[in-house]
Design a protein around this ligand. Sequence first.
Ligand code: TXE
Length: 523
Amino acid sequence: MALAYTGETRQAHEESDVTTQATSAGTTPRRLGHYIGGQRRESTETIERYAPGNGKLAATVSAGDAADVDAAVGVARRAFDDGDWPRSTGFDRAAVLNRVADLIDANADLLARLDAEEGGKPLRLAMGDIGGAAMLTRYAAGLAVQMHGTTYTNHGPDFTGLVIREPAGVAGLITPWNFPALILCQKLPFALAAGCTVVVKPSELTSSSTLEIARLYAEAGLPAGALNVVTGDGRAGQALAEHAGVDVLSFTGSTATGRKILDASKSNLKKLSLELGGKAANIVFADADLDDAAEGVIFGVFFNNGECCVSAARLLVEDTIADEFLDRLGTAARRLKVGQPLDPSTDVGAMIHGAHLGKVLGHIHAGREQGARVVTGGRRAEGPGLDDGFYVEPTILDGVTPDMTAFTEEIFGPVLSVSRFSGPAEAVELANRVEYGLANSVWSKDIDKVLPVAKQLRSGTVWVNTTIDGPPTMPFGGYKASGFGREMGQAGFEEFTELKSVTIRTGRRSGSFPLGAARVVSG
Ligand code: TXE
C-alpha cells in the first residue's frame, strides 16, 4: 500500500511535544515527555538532568513506568498488526527514511547541541555524530528497497520453496548516553526499513535528541504509532525488556545491564541483540607509519572523552619503539583542549556525571597504586570554565600489566593504558586477554604480519592502519562479553527480520507421504 505524505503530522506533534522548547537548547531547561501514538504523555515522577559541562538544569524528564511502556507497546503492537507501515512498500518506506535523513541534516545544529549539552561531548564531535546519523538513515532506506528472500526451484518440477523475509514485529530499542542520536540511528531506521514498529527507551541522561528525531519522523510522514518513545531510567528499560508484546529487542549499554536484559527477555524468548562494553587495543608494530599511528592512538582513546565502547583504551606497542612513541603521545595529549562541550574548540569535554567522574579518577588512582606510571594527566581537570563540570585531564598510564585493573576493566574515560610486547604472537595474546571482544586496531605496513594478526583477534571489528572508522555497510558487534548480534550492514538489518519457509507442492500429493497405509483420500 502507498503511504500518503501530507506533512499533516507535523503540527499535531509539534504542538504537544518537546520540540518547541528544544529549539532553545543550551539556554532553557526542557520538559521531556513520552511520545506514544503521536501524542505527548507525561509521568508524575520526573528525573532532572543537569548538564555535565556546567551543572545547569538542562531537562526535566518524565520517568516512565511499566504502565507507560505497556501503553507504548500496545500502540506499536496495533500499528504492526493492523497498521499501514508494515504493509507499505519498500519504496514508500525508503521515501520516508530519505526525508528523515534530509531533516536530520537540516536540524544538525540543534541535534548536536542537545547531545553536547546533555552528554558532555564536544560539539564538534556531536556534529560528526549527526552527519553519521543521517548517513545511517539513508543507508537503511536502500535496505528497505532491497529487502527480499530466496526462491528454490531445484528440488524437482513439483516443488517451489519460498524463503520469505518478514519484519520481526514490534522492536524495542534501548539506547545509552554516549552517542544518543548516532546509536539511535544504528538501530531505528534499520528496524523501520524492515517494516517493524518501534518503542525506543533512550537514556534518561540524554533523551532530547531522540524525541527531536521522533518529531522529524512524524514530519517526514511516518504514521503515528509506528514510532513511540518512553523516557525514563532502567525501570522503563526493564519493563520494555520484559514485555511479551515486544518481538525483538536491541540494546546498547553496559555488560551488567545486558545480563539483566538477557534474563528479562526470557518472558517471551524475544529476539535479542546486545552491544555491550569493550576494552579495545591499538596494536602498534615498529614498522608502522608512526605519524599515522600516533594520531590514531590519540584519537582512538580521547575521542568522545573516551566514553565510547570502541575506545582504544589500551595501547600495545612493540618494545623497540615504545619509549619514543610514548614521548610523542605525551606531547600530543598535553596539547588537547579540555573545555566546555558547547565550545567549538574543545577536544575533550565533560564526563557524563559526577559519579562517573569519580569512577574514572578511581581507576587512575588504582592504576597508580598497582604500579603504573603516569606519563601525563592523572587528575581532575580544573581551571576557568571547568569548575562546575566533570572534567578529567587526558591521561596516559605506562607500564600497565595484564593483572592491573587498568588493563582489564572498562574505564570509559580519557585514560590510555600502555603495555609493551615483543612480536605478533605476544601482541595477539595480550589483545585477547580481556573479557571483552568489540574492536581492535593494528598498525603495521607489513601485510604478511597484519592479516594473520587481524584473523587471530577475538573481536567483532578489526581496523588496520586506522581506527573508529568505516561506513554503515560494515556490520558492528561483539565477541565474548561485548555481546552478540550485529548493528549496521546487511546483518544489522536482518536482526529486525524473521525468515519464513513456505514449501509448496504442486500436482497430486496422494502416495507421497511415508504413512501411505493410513491414506484417507476419497475417490
Ligand atoms: O549504562 P546502562 P550506564 C558502560 C560504561 C559505563 C557503564 C555504565 O562502562 O561506565 O556502562 O553506564 C538502560 N533494563 N557503557 O549505567 O545502565 C538505561 O536507562 C533495561 C557502555 O549508563 O547499561 C540506558 O537507557 N534497560 C556503553 C541504557 O540501559 C536498562 C554505553 C544503558 O545504561 C536497565 C553506555 C535495565 N535493568 C555505557 N538499567 C556502550 N556499549 O557503548 C538501565 N537501563
